[in-house]
Design a protein around this ligand. Structure first.
Ligand SMILES: C[S@@+](CC[C@H](N)C(=O)[O-])C[C@H]1O[C@@H](n2cnc3c(N)ncnc32)[C@H](O)[C@@H]1O
Ligand code: SF4
Ligand code: SF4
Length: 336
């Protein structure tokens, strides 16, 4: 008998490839983030995207939002928060989303258990990104996602998960000194590592200078393929340049907040600017925001949006990077 989250037909293989072509050619949303709860069990010092008390968004509402993203032809839905594993039906949501889109979860990993991994295994989840900022514990608690707490969880994940796993860290003043140690640890764990560059509440880059550029260069040597497109941009920001780009928030990238409202990105200043619920969002809205000027592109370090916009801004380079990344992220299940 099927469990409610056993997904008989998650999108994959040829259907997924065709979907990607359709998304690219018809300029549909490529990468979307769906807030399933604003609440988080941690309080990282650099974060502006959580609170300590919001309830989970009701599953029924999230189903409607996911269906709206499907209607728009969305390629990828990332379950996001706050902490998405705090949603009691994250597996049910993932299974629903995976029927017509590729799905990932970005998590701080603290709530991972064998039980939740098993529940997610049959949903059609493609990958889980576990955020880990450094190796050692930080007594100030500015940095809370450390390998000290997460190593065992990651090892269990590698052992048990049938979806891909990657780790991701935020490069900021508090993590720069332990950056090389984290790279070594990622190699040791045999997991790909992604980096985000810390941005402030309005999306602007918050770290600059040669020290950070050197760290990015070191990262690039160690992990040659990932994030080539946005890391190159990030390094230029760190050098004080402000490269021109077209932000396609509300179009190629969509952020659906806990109220179901579409935002161009998580930055506070964007709140209410698009002013439309995802359930009412149309192809015409996606087309309009493909080129609508956001006015805050200069110095912006919201890398997920930069990446999703890069397909149209630098098509050849973006596709080459995407293909290299696919080849690198290990499918844990396939290795067993
Ligand atoms: C907002 S969190 C939500 C998901 C989950 N709680 C987690 O930490 O993975 C999503 C991602 O954004 C990153 N992040 C949070 N604040 C950031 C900031 N100011 N600059 C860059 N990345 C940030 C987190 O480290 C995490 O990888
Ligand atoms: S765990 Fe994620 S959502 Fe929670 S405070 Fe840290 S970065 Fe923000
Ligand atoms: S340029 Fe785009 S991603 Fe950056 S802050 Fe503005 S709306 Fe957000």
């Amino acid at each position: 008998m099927l469990h409610p989250t056993d997904n008989p037909r998650p999108l994959g293989g040829v259907r997924l490839a065709l979907k990607l072509v359709d998304t690219v050619v018809k300029k549909r949303p490529l990468y979307t983030q769906l807030i399933v709860t604003r609440r988080c069990n941690l309080s990282c010092g650099y974060c502006f995207e959580y609170d300590a008390k919001s309830p989970p968004v009701p599953t029924e509402l999230l189903h409607q939002r996911i269906s709206a993203l499907h209607r728009l032809g969305t390629f990828h839905i990332c379950m996001m928060g706050g902490e998405p594993l705090m949603h009691p039906e994250i597996d049910v949501l993932t299974a629903h989303a995976a029927r017509q889109s590729q799905v990932s979860i970005t998590t701080n990993g603290f709530l991972l258990s064998d039980e939740i991994i098993d529940r997610l295994n049959n949903t059609g989840l493609t990958w889980m990104q576990v955020s880990v900022d450094q190796v050692k514990a930080d007594k100030s608690l500015y940095i809370q996602k450390t390998l000290k707490t997460l190593r065992t969880k990651l090892e269990r994940l590698k052992e048990r998960a049938r979806f891909r796993i990657l780790i991701s860290m935020v490069l900021c003043e508090q993590t720069k000194d332990g950056f090389r140690d984290l790279i070594d640890a990622a190699h040791e764990l045999d997991l790909p590592l992604g980096i985000s560059i810390a941005n402030d509440a309005s999306g602007q880059i918050s770290v600059k200078g040669k020290e950070y550029v050197d760290l990015c260069d070191y990262y690039w040597e160690q992990f040659p393929a990932p994030q080539m497109v946005e890391l190159d941009y990030g390094r230029r920001l760190m050098r004080g340049e402000t490269p021109k780009w077209t932000c396609r928030g509300g179009s190629r990238y969509i952020y659906v907040d806990e109220h179901g409202e579409v935002q161009a990105c998580p930055a506070g200043e964007q709140k209410g600017k698009i002013g439309k619920q995802i359930v009412d969002y149309t192809d015409a809205d996606v087309a309009y925001h493909y080129t609508s000027a956001k006015g805050c592109e200069k110095g912006c370090a919201v890398m997920c949006n930069y990446r999703a916009s890069a397909l149209d801004n630098q098509p050849v380079r973006t596709i080459a990077t995407f293909l290299k990344n696919i080849a690198r992220v290990p499918v844990v299940a396939a290795r067993r």
